[in-house]
Design a protein around this ligand. Structure first.
Ligand SMILES: Nc1ncnc2c1ncn2[C@@H]1O[C@H](COP(=O)(O)OP(=O)(O)OP(=O)(O)O)[C@@H](O)[C@H]1O
Ligand SMILES: [Mg+2]
Length: 571
């Protein structure tokens, strides 16, 4: 008896604030959201000491009159929804009437605001969520919210703050994320008097992409756009070779709200499929436009999670569009990206030298300085096989320079696609052994094999149990006739054991990739010129010539420009 007490208003509001405001960047996010919802076209943010001492967000939006100003810091005071059902048509970023009171509860806040039809504005001062003062003041149309001394009355939370530079990084990241879909709006972030980020209003997404990823990646990203199953999907994908060890550059937006949603991240990775090495992530931005009635945004206090009514459908749609976009791009495979320092070459010209001793390029040679990135070169007509390096790489000359092809990766990709085609069309050709080899397994391995023999036979691998741990290999796909059976099956085993967790199609792909790996030409294998030519030519016929089924690159280029730079023929 007597153990349960009602928390004081102050404690309750601090606890609620804790859910919304995790760190200074959360304040920036909420205030920016409000400015965007207020129809602002220009948003200026100023911070001091990583946002601990000051966060100020000034906008030129609709502003608030005196009454609204007095209300906006009340819990559940919002102009954005009226009833629960409104939640299912909500197009604004905010809807709960929680952000301003939450931030106010744990800071000293000053809100200055003026609507267009008023001559003067009003200034409201709050401390720990309590109204201290409201006064009339001269102010531009719009709203400026100043948040000082964040967490001043919750010392325990203050302790969790990281160093000022780290908190500043989070703020930059938050701003870049939120700003991305709002290209018509301009944003600026100042740290005291230093401008950290300036995003003018633009027609294209590229400058916003640069703020997130840097110029180089942003310039290479592949545009994606498609309507599918009532969803409008658009965005940007990095070429697979620009992969990362972490998924922190994968941004997803639902109706322009930045969300962190595993379902969607997963769909993007699946769309990349075997183009990415296992455990690697692309840079990607995905915008999903969906009827608000089909998505629930009221899932998490920070509004960064959403639930779709039809999860699978959205997942499939994202995966499909990513996959198709990358496949179309692969068609333009051998185009050479213009070297970043191209203009330098142009400016300083080539170093002159006496004509005679060297191969002479035509007078106006454009070999290195002006590659034509738009023209996809068909491999067939271009590469001239020069030879083999370290019995591993095939060296070719193309119009643009040197092409190095990893013979194993290239062949593996080719074999994999062939296997997959024949598997899909049920025309996998198998060959029975005249003298069937036997393989030995441990008791636990044998149990797995016995369980999965049926599935293996669908892939053309027919085994027969001979008793104990001994199995006889009756027949295999043609491609695998010469492989080391024992080691191949040993690698298949762990895959089969995992099978519970992996879907049928994916498992088949993994098994086929493993077969391709074993069946393909190895590194360290000497190839005849004809074999090399045929291998390089075959690359022209595969769907994804850039990567082997495990995601390793198939080829790399060194442009004439780079070569000439090495030899200081150009500066
Ligand atoms: N910058 C602003 N310009 C104009 N009105 C604002 C601004 N910031 C807040 N408001 C008003 O104050 C109200 C309360 O803001 P608050 O952020 O607390 O709630 P919300 O945005 O409605 O919902 P949420 O808690 O999901 O953010 C808003 O509904 C809006 O009417
Ligand atoms: Mg809000």
């Amino acid at each position: 008896m007597g153990l349960i007490r009602i928390l004081s208003e102050k404690v309750a509001s601090q606890i609620a604030a804790g859910e919304v405001v995790e760190r200074p960047a959360s304040v920036v996010r909420e205030l920016m959201d409000n400015s965007i919802d207020a129809g602002a076209t220009r948003i200026l943010i100023k911070i001091e000491n990583g946002g601990r001492n000051l966060i100020r967000v000034a906008d030129n939006g609709a502003g608030m009159d005196r009454d609204d100003l007095l209300l906006c810091a009340e819990r559940h005071a919002t102009s954005k929804i009226n009833e629960l059902s409104d939640l299912f048509s909500v197009r604004t970023l905010g809807f709960r009437g929680e952000a301003v009171p939450s931030i106010a509860a744990i800071s000293r806040m000053v809100i200055t605001s003026r609507t267009p039809d008023q001559l003067a504005g009003f200034r409201l001062k709050l401390q720990g969520g309590k109204i201290k003062e409201i006064e009339e003041t001269g102010a531009p149309v719009g709203t400026t919210v100043e948040v000082k001394d964040l967490f001043f009355n919750t010392p325990a939370r203050k302790k969790f703050l990281r160093s000022a530079p780290t908190e500043t990084d989070h703020i930059v990241d938050t701003l870049s994320r939120i700003a991305l879909p709002f290209t018509a709006l301009s944003f600026r972030l100042d740290d005291r008097d230093k401008t950290l980020l300036s995003l003018p209003s633009v027609d294209s997404d590229v400058s916003r992409l640069s703020a997130l990823f840097g110029h180089e990646v942003a310039g290479l990203m592949i545009k994606m756009e498609r309507e599918i199953q009532g969803l409008r999907l658009s965005g940007y994908l990095s070429p697979p070779e620009w992969d990362r060890a972490r998924g922190d550059h994968l941004f997803v937006y639902v109706n322009r709200r930045s969300v962190r949603e595993r379902l969607l991240t997963h769909a993007v990775i699946e769309g990349y499929g075997s183009r990415l090495m296992k455990g690697r992530y692309p840079y990607a931005v995905i915008f999903i436009e969906i009827d608000p009635a089909l998505v629930d945004v009221n899932v998490h206090p920070t509004k960064q999670e959403v639930r779709f009514h039809q999860n699978r459908l959205v997942h499939e749609a994202v995966k499909t569009v990513v996959e198709e976009t990358l496949r179309q791009k692969a068609a333009a495979l051998f185009q050479v990206p213009a070297p970043a320092s191209d203009s330098m070459g142009e400016k300083f010209g080539r170093i002159g030298e006496p004509i005679g001793g060297y191969t002479v390029y035509p007078a106006d040679t454009t070999i290195a300085r002006e590659p034509e990135p738009q023209v996809p070169l068909m491999i067939k007509e271009i590469p001239v096989v020069l030879g083999q390096l370290k019995e591993t790489y095939i060296l070719c000359e193309t119009k643009e320079g040197l092409l190095l092809v990893d013979q194993h990766a290239a062949h593996e990709r080719r074999v994999f696609e062939k296997l997959k085609k024949s598997y899909d069309s049920a025309t996998l050709e198998c060959q029975p052994f005249l003298i069937p080899p036997t393989v030995e397994f441990s008791p636990s391995e044998s149990r797995t094999i016995l369980k999965k023999m049926g599935e293996l036979s669908q892939l053309g691998i027919t085994l027969e149990h001979f008793g104990g741990g001994t199995f006889v290999v009756r027949s295999v796909p043609n491609i695998l006739v010469d492989v080391q059976w024992e080691s191949f099956l040993r690698e298949v085993l762990p895959l089969l054991e995992e099978q519970g967790a992996v879907k049928g199609d994916q498992m088949v792909e993994r098994l086929l990739a493993l077969m391709a790996c074993h069946g393909a030409i190895r590194a360290g294998q000497r190839l005849s010129k004809e074999e090399m030519i045929s291998l390089v030519e075959q690359l022209d016929e595969v769907e994804v010539p850039t990567n082997c089924p495990h995601g390793r690159p198939v080829f790399k280029r060194v442009s004439f420009y780079e070569i000439e730079k090495m030899f200081r023929r150009v500066l």
